[in-house]
Design a protein around this ligand. Structure first.
Ligand code: FES
Length: 124
């Protein structure tokens, strides 16, 4: 796992998200805003700051289709896909209702020196 800085913590108010496209590999980097279908070797990640101050990071593309979860409703500790309404847990990445039946990835996230830092593997 490698540390990757996503944003300044102050950029993402409680109740807001930030979504980025990340180039994977031994030296990951943020290459822009998240994409439904990004180039090979990249992945889309959404960082969410809950109203009660917790931070989470999960895959931003719904497991049921090419829809960005960051464009859906952020409610409590879930993101709802606007495609067909599955709600994904920010804690586990698991969908809480059909039609999605596969989880999205989750990433450990911490605030370090005022920065939002996630831990990411070389391939996910
Ligand atoms: S595309 Fe997300 S639930 Fe269908």
């Amino acid at each position: 796992m490698t540390s990757l800085t996503i944003a300044e913590a102050g950029e993402i108010a409680p109740g807001e998200v930030k979504a980025v496209q990340v180039k994977l590999g031994p030296d990951p980097e943020v290459i822009g805003e998240s994409l439904e279908q990004g180039p090979p070797g990249t992945t889309a990640i959404v960082v969410a700051h809950t109203e009660d101050g917790a931070w989470y990071a999960i895959g931003d593309v719904c497991s049921h289709g090419p829809v960005l979860l960051s464009e859906g409703e952020f409610d409590g500790c879930t993101l709802e896909c606007w495609g067909h309404g599955s709600r994904f847990s920010l804690e586990t990445g698991e969908p809480e209702n059909l039609p999605a039946n596969q989880p999205v990835p989750t990433y450990p996230v911490a605030i370090e020196d005022g920065q939002v830092v996630i831990q990411i593997g070389e391939n996910t």
